[in-house]
Design a protein around this ligand. Sequence first.
Ligand code: ADP
Ligand code: MG
Length: 411
Amino acid sequence: MLETLLLNILFLIFPLLLFVIFFDNRKHFYNIVFLIAFATISMILCMVYPIHLDIGFIFDLRYIPFIIVALYGGFWKVLPLFIVLNVYRFIIGGEGTIQSLLFSSSIFIIVPFLSKIFLRVNTQKRILIGVSAAIFTMGFYLTTLSTFFDVLTQEFWLLAFYSLTTHVVVIILIMLMIEKALDNIKSRENFLHAERLHVMSELTASVSHEIRNPLTVTNGFLQLLKESKNVSVAEKMYIDFSLKELERAEQIVSDFLAFAKPQSENMVYANLEEEFRYVKNILMPYAKMNRVEIECHFTNTLKLKYDKNQMQQCLLNLLKNGIEAMKENGGILTIEVCDFDQNIIITVQDSGIGMTKDEIKNLGKPYYSTKKEGTGLGMLMVYGTICKVKGKIDVESKKGKGTTFTITIPV
Ligand code: ADP
Ligand code: MG
């Protein structure tokens, strides 16, 4: 029994191994195709080389890749497995083909339902869901099988015991590995992001200051020149253009400075309410101009240590983006700040233009902007500030529907 069991575990681990070695740094469509193909192959291999019990029975682990793909991928991704499973079963033929079809159909209908919830919860709960799905599948299978027996012999109960424990242990093992692999990918991305922010802030702090002074001086002289009686109308226009561009340059520099400034004198210990109120007041005229209404629900009681100016700038950027996303048709910008389980949860929701998955991935990269007048520094600053208070940002967005930013800050 042991040899066949180990062989089956090898079949199941193989796709995971390939994923970790070859595919984990690219999220292309063909990666998913490969993964599904490999999962299908390991399912077939499990069927071809079943586990032999000493009592004479055999069982196999075909439903483990099936359940895993159903949970991580949902209906459409498990469909190829479902088809291949039944086609293969049909080719083998013999007794129980119809039962197998009915059985796999019910698993195919039930398990992917859990996928949506599954993807939203943490590792422990995911494993719990995976184990429940495996127990349910095997329990269902054994119940069906028991109807073929006149009396339930000791062998049947042994088979039930072995197949259930094997399924549970193997699915825990595989899911632990998958979760760890996914976690590693996430940590690596976070690390890269933090490193990028760090380099940015080092660089910008030194350069921005040096640029601001010449900008201010140029601005002053241009203003003087504009007052002069000797300049023609056309020349005045040129000066106005120059002033406008200077203003823009100053805007970029101050965005940079706000991002980089080390400000220990600004540290406060508070619950963010004042910052939200301040930012909301500042943005009111801008929101009105774009027919956006700002709704704010504040119930947070937890306090936190943070840099006041930086936090204001961060919230300003976040809310401004929300308003700008609804420029076309107006709308409501909903802000909710509450506490949950020693975390401060900030939700900023707009019903604006939304983003595609690729656009979400680009958020927080320096100079990434889709706006004509954008600097692409706002979100960088947001990520930088939230990173400093050890918070995390989740973005949920649908193109054309709107965006929700959920910021979780542990206290
Ligand atoms: P900027 O606002 O100057 O373009 P940001 O760093 O603030 O730069 O934002 C970067 C990009 O992220 C924006 O150009 C926009 O495409 C996208 N973005 C940010 N917030 C939202 C939002 N709430 N809705 C839609 N797109 C957004
Ligand atoms: Mg912005």
